[in-house]
Design a protein around this ligand. Structure first.
Ligand SMILES: [Zn+2]
Length: 84
């Protein structure tokens, strides 16, 4: 949840570049994506959970997302059939 609410790069604030003096330089922290890259270590620091627990939770969240995507595809297919 924290990551979804704070998805912008903490260094460039999502701008993808930084202004240094009169020059614009690409943000090297996010690789100019503007998106924060959360590592398991960073997640551990934010949540206070061990890195191992963060990894296990990440695996479970991935499985949940996959199941939601499968259910969404089934629902979409059913709706297409019912609506013609
Ligand atoms: Zn950045």
């Amino acid at each position: 949840m924290y990551e979804w609410l704070n998805d912008l790069c903490n260094n460039c604030k999502g701008a993808r570049e930084l202004i240094v003096g009169k020059r614009r330089i690409e943000c090297s922290v996010c690789g100019s994506t503007g998106i924060e890259n959360y590592s398991d270590r960073k997640r551990s620091k934010i949540t206070g959970l061990s890195v191992e627990t963060v990894r296990e939770s990440g695996d479970l969240l991935k499985q949940i997302h996959e199941e939601i995507e499968r259910a969404e595809r089934r629902a979409s297919a059913t709706m297409s059939v019912k609506l013609g």
